[in-house]
Design a protein around this ligand. Structure first.
Ligand SMILES: [Zn+2]
Length: 764
């Protein structure tokens, strides 16, 4: 405070600054509350003293509002937010709204003839001192440089493509590859592909496959570089032996995986079908000018190592986590507003409540870090050329450093790699470990797998054995109630249909009130509705709408912007049916087909294991994603599991989040029993810490599947056992540092039956 320091020191402090700020006294009234001032006149005297200090230091004084909201009546929102965050003085008026010049002159009229100087003259002076065109960060794109990235990318892609389709490449393949390479290289994105390629091969070298997300699978270059397993070419056959290919697609299937089995006319080898017909434009834009994002899904087991590897590639000092801003969500705001009004006995109508909520939603609550977003600064620059850095959630003890700006602002300026964690690569790892097969060898057109989407028969389950009419529990993005109901109604028969389902279930206003009605009233089938954004472009070009217009319509529709008059005109000219245009008008968000393809490929693979190697499937699934597995319930048998499911369902809205979260796992456990796969209890000598291991046709449960036994304790038990020499429960408790509670749980479940209580042997 002013009086705690000698006058000379205050003058010295002031001389450090460009100018000294004074503010309306309402802004300082908290000092009265704190007992540091007695009344408003004291506060005015503080401002008078500040002016005297500034005068002596030769610095201009500016009057500012310290505005926290725009209009006086907006203060209510701030009060609600402060009350919601449990500030005791939330109800106090602060009056820190944005004042007009007139209001400011009136506020400071106690300064007499200096009021105009601090309110008008000096503030303008400071504004004039600011360079024009100042930016928070430089204009342009600053990607890290990798020597020879362009040549490497070209070489890798050609090698891969020729290895699959032969040399010289078929015209169609060459045209697509060259078009993409030109566009990628001329826009400076080769380095992005090369980095992604390095990250993927790093993960594969650690024994974990990588999944691609988002629209990167629309790029044939990405599939040639091994970044994405989605082949975006039109549906085609290729011969793995002599490299013959056939793009004629006489059956007009929507996806190469739907091509019937065929043999190579040249060498007689069984051919493979591939290609999902995805335009490159979805990824890089019509002119290759859209800032691309390459999002990759790594197993949680290697995600940390991949982040470390990124630091090795670019230097730790150039690699940062992308910062995020946590905003107040609708639900929280609703709670704040209702509580505020209720506690103060304020009665307003529903419209007013909604109006108040609207002003509070989206206000910053805290900061955090993106789950996998890594920002890379080129070596020749520093992060401070772009933004400050910070610890997330203002936690100085965090070892994470994030960008201060959220990445959406830096999107076109710096490179971000999305190195996300996902349990699919982990499931693959377990499937391969338990089966001794490669998930990549699973056929994509096995008819029995497609039957899972219309019945439970391929699982050998009769109707009523499980709480579902189809067999998709545990298949990625196809095992929830909502999607299963959609699948039952839409009756997908092909891979292309499943792409539609995936698109429909991930879009907004695409299924409900849209495609669902079109299918149910017989206007069209699942194959014809608009499922993924890419379909719009492909469909319209097929109808005869010009390419660029088809692209623009796709972009407008997928962003929920509907159809502009010129778009309607172009669609009418090409005789696009009315239902199609109406469907376009309703869509708010659409999923990219490439992402759908990546999901559905995983689903087909898992479905194949589910049918042919059920024990491996369930063991791998629970090992990678136990999802609140509870050994006691699982061991209570089919009847016990069914009873638990029913009990949770009967609770309705009373059920806790934890209970609801257990339902998918319980459904899978029930399905195991229906397929005559049982569970073996936790056993000191046979159980693993976390892994669910196939054992004589059953699944041996791990230590951490017992409620109350945490991961650390589970690992410690296994470590102690493997070290050997555990003779008694007492021994184990000591060596694994187990609490009495954990030991009691283990004992109660018979896990320690093979051990005696203490090392002393009793003879009678
Ligand atoms: Zn052949």
């Amino acid at each position: 405070m002013l009086e705690n320091r000698p006058h000379s020191e205050l003058v010295e402090m002031a001389s450090y600054y460009d100018y000294v700020e004074i503010q309306p006294i309402c802004n300082n009234r908290y000092l009265i509350a704190q007992g540091q001032a007695n009344n408003d006149e004291d506060l005015r005297n503080f401002n008078r003293r500040l002016i005297a200090i500034a005068d002596e230091a030769g610095k201009p004084v500016c009057a500012t509002c310290d505005a926290h909201f725009l209009e006086k009546h907006d203060e209510i929102y701030r009060k609600i937010l402060l009350a919601g965050m449990k500030f005791s003085d939330a109800d106090k008026d602060t009056g820190i709204y944005f004042r007009t010049t007139e209001e400011m002159l009136k506020e400071f009229d106690y300064l007499g003839d200096r009021a105009e100087e601090v309110v008008i003259t000096n503030t303008n002076k400071i504004a004039d001192m600011v360079e024009s065109g100042i930016r928070p960060f430089p204009k342009g794109t600053f990607t890290p440089h990798i020597d020879g990235a362009e040549e490497d990318l070209q070489r890798i892609c050609y090698e891969h493509a020729e290895n699959q389709y032969g040399s010289p490449l078929p015209e169609l393949v060459k045209t697509r590859l060259d078009k993409e390479l030109n566009s990628i290289i001329s826009n400076g994105y080769a380095v992005l592909y090369i980095i992604a390629q390095k990250l993927v091969s790093f993960s594969e070298s650690q024994g974990y496959l990588v999944g691609s997300r988002g629209s990167v699978g629309s790029s044939f270059v990405a599939s040639c570089a091994g970044i994405s397993e989605v082949n975006p070419l039109p549906p085609h056959y290729y011969c793995p032996k002599c490299k013959y290919s056939d793009f004629s697609n006489p059956e007009k299937v929507g996806s190469g995986f739907d091509l019937p089995d065929a043999y190579c006319p040249k060498c007689g080898e069984k051919m493979r079908g591939d290609g999902h017909d995805i335009p490159f434009e979805t990824f890089l834009g019509f002119k290759g000018d859209k800032s691309p994002d390459i999002d990759l899904n790594f197993s949680g087991d290697v995600q940390g190592r991949v982040h470390k590897y990124t630091e090795e590639l670019f230097g730790a000092e150039n690699v940062f986590r992308a910062g995020t801003i946590g905003a107040l969500a609708d639900k929280t705001v609703f709670g704040y507003v209702m509580k505020y009004l209720e506690e103060r006995g304020i009665k307003v109508n529903q419209a007013e409540i909604q109006r108040i909520e609207k002003h509070c939603i989206g206000v910053k609550r805290t900061t955090g870090q993106h789950p996998g977003g890594i920002v890379v600064v080129p070596k020749e620059m520093e992060i401070y050329d772009f933004c400050p850095v910070q610890h997330p959630a203002e936690d100085p003890d965090s070892n994470i450093v994030t960008t201060h700006f959220t990445f959406e602002y830096l999107h076109d300026t710096l490179l971000k790699l999305d190195e996300l964690g996902h349990d699919m690569p982990t499931k693959y790892k377990w499937l391969e470990k338990y089966s001794g097969t490669s998930v990549m060898d699973v056929p994509m057109n096995a008819p029995e797998v497609y039957e899972l989407f219309t019945s439970t028969e391929p699982l050998g389950i009769k109707k009523g054995d499980i709480d579902a009419n189809i067999g998709t529990y545990g298949l990625p993005e196809l095992g929830t109630r909502f999607v299963m109901k959609m699948v039952e109604e839409a009756k997908p028969k092909t891979f292309a249909d499943l792409l539609q389902i995936s698109g429909l279930s991930h879009g907004t206003d695409v299924w409900t009130g849209n495609a669902q009605d079109l299918i149910n009233n017989g206007t069209c089938t699942i194959s014809q509705v608009i499922g993924c954004r890419d379909n719009i472009m492909n469909d319209l070009i097929r109808y005869g709408v010009p390419n660029k217009m088809s692209f623009d319509i796709m972009e407008s529709v997928r962003k929920g912007k509907g159809l502009k008059p010129e778009m309607v005109e172009a669609m009418n000219a090409a005789n696009v049916p009315e239902w199609y245009m109406n469907s376009c008008r309703k869509i708010k968000y659409m999923f990219p087909k490439a992402h759908a393809a990546a999901y559905v490929m995983s689903a087909i693979r898992l479905g194949w294991y589910k049918i042919h190697m059920p024990l491996v499937f369930y063991a791998a699934f629970f090992s990678a994603a136990p999802g609140g597995f509870d050994a006691e319930i699982a061991l209570s048998g089919k009847a016990g599991v069914v009873r638990t499911i029913r009990e949770i369902q009967e609770k309705g809205n009373e059920a806790t989040q934890k209970e609801l979260g257990m339902i998918p796992t319980l459904n899978l456990i029930n399905e195991c029993y229906a397929r005559k796969i049982g569970f073996l209890p936790i056993d000191f000598e046979k159980s693993e810490a976390f892994a669910y291991v196939p054992e004589n046709g059953k699944i041996r449960l791990p230590f951490n599947s017992l409620a109350g036994v945490g991961d650390t304790a589970a690992q410690a038990i296994v470590d102690a056992r493997n070290e050997g020499g555990i003779l008694s429960i007492e021994d184990l408790k000591f060596k694994a540092r187990l609490t009495k509670a954990v030991v009691d749980i283990l004992k109660a479940n018979g896990a320690l039956d093979c051990l005696s209580e203490t090392n002393q042997i009793t003879f009678f």
